[in-house]
Every structure is written in C-alpha cells, then in structure tokens.
Design a protein. Structure first.
Length: 98
C-alpha cells in the first residue's frame, strides 16, 4: 500500500545489524524468539523508535532498549534511532537472550 500523495510515511525503516541477522538465521533459534524479534522490528518501525516500555540511555538518548517477549521474559533488544541520517532509519543492533 502506498502513502497518500504528499504525506510522510508513518514509521521509520528498522534494519538489522549483522549480529542480529546472524542470530535470526541460526536454525536452533526458537520460534518464540524469532517471532519476538520480528514483532520488535514492526513496533520499532511503527512508533519511529518511541516504543512504550523502552528505555533511553542517559548518555546517548538515541540508543534504546526494549523487552522481548511478555514482560521481557525472552531478553532485551537494543536499537539506535538514526533520525539525522539520510535517509532516517533505525538499526536493531543487538539482542540479549535469557
């Protein structure tokens, strides 16, 4: 579906770091973790990185952490909002699993 003429797209593209890409390609990764990571990218995109429940670094406010799974039961996803980049985007940099 295309955006109406003259309107800015709602979200920001969420791209994966090499580390996260390798994790997603690991055949031993559980379906629950795979699904949680994919769901995280969708939420990050739709909210332009302002995910409810995420925390920003005091030193680097563009760096965020969000829980994976119900109440963070699977781990934490870290991402960086590159709003000043051309084009603006978000990078899912790392996933820490429990």
């Amino acid at each position: 579906m295309s955006e109406p003429y003259g309107e800015e797209p709602a979200g920001l593209p969420c791209v994966l770091s090499e580390e996260v890409t390798e994790l997603l390609m690991d055949k031993s990764l559980s379906g629950a973790v795979f699904g949680a990571i994919v769901a995280a990218t969708v939420v990050i995109n739709e909210t332009r990185g302002e995910v409810q429940g995420s925390t920003a670094s005091a030193k680097w406010p563009q760096q965020r952490r969000m829980p994976l799974g119900a109440d963070g039961s699977l781990g934490i996803a870290e991402y960086v909002i590159a709003a000043d980049a051309d084009p603006p985007h978000i990078v899912l940099t790392r996933v820490q699993l429990y």
